[in-house]
Design a protein around this ligand. Structure first.
Ligand code: G4P
Length: 303
């Protein structure tokens, strides 16, 4: 199955990002910790040109903690400041202070030169970029200390571009650069954007099972079968642990995704009139539960 999804508004978004790149000092790139490579927009490499970049791995609460630590290490070794976050627990974990400290470090030189010119009152400007549903609104709302963006419930819903002020909502973090005053930073929100063609078909599938690509363009049963195959590699015990397949024995071929999907439907009692298993309903439930983290903390691609 090949997944391709690049609606027209994404072309516009890409153009907007390109045009506004000169206005920003750095780019905060959000990646999904469960699929850090597949959720990395290759277009952004060209778009960001030489802008400094902070990589935030979102949804760390749904990914395998050990693998997330490896991914953080991977990106740091590639020269990026990187931070893994559970955005839903952001407030408790002092998230804003940690992000601010990193922005200060990334911008150290620029802040120093501003200080020399006596222009420290101007805030640092950051563009927040990432694929649909990666957590951009949640991230911005947490940093701004209030709900400033409407969290879209469908991937790819466009929002108006806006600047969000982070400097007043939170105290500055002294950290290592405490001697350099810091006027805080402003964030530019951008709508979720993908890229025209997934070179590797697995990338499209990973983005579909994690919910970045609209479900409406896919056959959910096939997609759920792909998820089952991915779980076979990433978390072989996850399905049986959650659904306790009625026949994890001879009658279910534990290597055959259709059999496993049928077993899950049977375990949930999803029968149609006549007794056959409702595979569509089972597939929707399985995808939903995976996306909601109910199958455990699972990372689908390894560094
Ligand atoms: P976007 O702007 O990039 O499109 O993403 P958005 O912030 O709208 O987040 C998409 C969904 O992902 C939201 O769930 C949001 O709560 C969830 N989310 C974002 N970051 C994290 C995270 O770090 N951990 C977890 N577990 N979830 C995260 P939703 O179901 O659309 O909304 P709701 O259930 O929060 O109301």
């Amino acid at each position: 199955m090949t997944v391709q999804w690049y609606p027209g508004h994404m072309t516009k978004t890409r153009r907007m990002m390109e045009a506004h790149m000169k206005l920003v000092d750095l780019v905060i790139e959000l990646l999904d910790a469960r699929v850090p490579l597949s959720s990395k927009n290759p277009d952004l490499e060209t778009l960001t040109k030489n802008k400094p970049r902070l990589i935030i791995l979102t949804k760390a609460d749904m990914a395998d903690a050990k693998q997330t630590a490896r991914w953080e290490d991977h990106f740091r070794r590639s020269g990026f400041f990187t931070l893994a976050l559970d955005l839903k627990a952001g407030k408790q974990k002092n998230m804003t202070a940690r992000v601010t400290a990193l922005v200060q470090q990334i911008m150290a030189e620029k802040l120093e030169s501003k200080r020399k010119k006596g222009r420290l009152s101007a805030p640092i400007r950051a563009m927040v970029a990432g694929i649909p549903n990666v957590g951009k609104s949640t991230f911005i709302n947490l940093l701004a200390g209030k709900a400033v963006t409407a969290t879209a419930d469908k991937p790819g819903v466009t929002r108006g571009r806006q600047w969000i002020n982070v400097r007043t909502a939170h105290k500055q973090t002294p950290g290592k650069l405490g001697d350099i005053p810091f006027a805080g930073f402003d964030l530019m929100d951008t709508p979720g954007v993908l890229w025209p063609k997934f070179e590797d078909p697995d990338v499209g599938l990973r983005l579909a099972v994690t919910g970045a690509v609209s479900d409406l363009i896919l056959d959910r049963i096939t997609l759920a079968e792909h998820l089952i195959m991915m779980l076979g590699d990433a978390a072989p015990e996850a399905i049986n642990a959650r659904y306790r397949l009625p026949a994890a024995d001879e009658s279910v071929n534990t290597k055959n995704p259709r059999d496993i999907l049928t077993g899950v439907g049977e375990a949930r009692g999803f029968k149609m009139k006549g007794g056959a298993i409702d595979l569509e309903r089972t597939a929707i439930m399985l995808l939903d539960e995976f996306r909601g983290g109910k199958l455990g903390r699972i990372t689908l691609e390894l560094p």
